[in-house]
Design a protein around this ligand. Structure first.
Ligand code: NAD
Length: 258
């Protein structure tokens, strides 16, 4: 799908990888972007940077069906269509099977993370797909593109990453059934599993943990540049033959147990 003038919904687009992708797709590829996020201050800052002709910020909780429906209706009202959906919204936090006292981790802690990181992805993807299905197909075959953001933790989750890793593995599990089902409508579904990029989310981690993660980056031996992530999104949008794939964008890093 060509990017110029397309309408791209980015959940979690007020910060980090989502924000960098919005910047790249607007400034260098001529897209229009709808940022769905809970961080009003960052969302308004992004809107001031990009301008109202090219961007809209909508407060939205991806874990709530009604909140997403309202935001996507507002995108349609503002820009007339939705062509691409990039699901970046997620939360990070520790979760082991057992606590220090040997007791089972409260189920709510696990469920809170999957509600945003997995249910939220399904919620935004499904509601975008419903609206994309009404688009005229481009080049006779493409009505929409979905990009869901997983993580290297989906493959090699570290100790303490139970909920985060499971939610991200769930995102990868969505790829194939969703791509098979939505293929009939001309909608592709792919995922990116990033390695370490220094965003506000990653900065929440202890310095020692970040240093340990850096050691496990193979080549090139550095953190990811957020423009490299944005460029990967653009590649997925533009390559009509790429479907149901998970791209590991991680300089060949493989996480150890801790
Ligand atoms: N930064 C990394 O190194 C890294 C590595 C692997 C995977 N990822 C994944 O990449 C994606 C982007 O991460 P990031 O590092 O840019 O994070 P970030 O914290 O900078 O941005 C995430 C955004 O999601 C928003 N958000 C959180 N909960 C929300 C909700 N319920 N509804 C709407 N918005 C919500 C936050 O307000 C924030 O603006 C995430 O899915 C993350 O898991 C990041």
């Amino acid at each position: 799908m060509r990017i110029q003038d397309k309408v791209i919904v980015i959940s979690g687009g007020a910060s980090g990888l989502g924000l960098a992708t919005a910047r790249y797709l607007i400034e260098e590829r001529g897209a229009r972007v709808a940022i769905l996020d809970l961080n009003d201050e960052a969302g308004e800052r992004a809107l001031a940077e990009f301008g109202a002709a090219k961007a809209v910020y909508l407060r939205c909780d991806v874990s709530q069906a009604e909140s997403v429906a309202q935001a996507l209706d507002a995108v349609l009202e503002r820009f007339g269509a939705i062509h691409v959906c990039i699901n970046c919204a997620a939360i990070l936090g520790p979760s082991k099977v057992l606590g220090r006292d040997g007791r089972a981790t409260p189920l709510e802690r696990f469920a809170q993370m999957t509600a945003v990181n997995l249910n939220g992805v399904f919620n935004v993807m499904s509601q975008c797909a419903e609206r994309m299905a009404k688009n005229e197909p481009e080049a006779g075959e493409e009505r929409g593109v979905v990009i869901n953001i997983a993580s290297g933790a989906a493959f090699e989750g570290q100790i303490g990453q139970c909920a985060y890793a499971a939610s991200k593995a769930g995102v990868i599990g969505l790829n194939m059934p969703a791509a098979r089902e939505l293929g009939a409508l001309g909608i592709r579904v792919n995922a990116i599993a990033p390695g370490l990029f220094l965003t506000p989310m990653a900065a929440q981690m202890d310095e020692k943990i970040i240093a340990g993660l850096k050691e496990q980056i193979e080549a090139p031996k550095r953190l990811g540049d957020m423009r490299e992530f944005a460029h990967c999104c653009a590649f997925i949008i533009e390559n009509a033959y790429l479907n149901a794939e998970t791209i590991r964008l991680d300089a060949a890093s493989r996480l150890r147990a801790r």
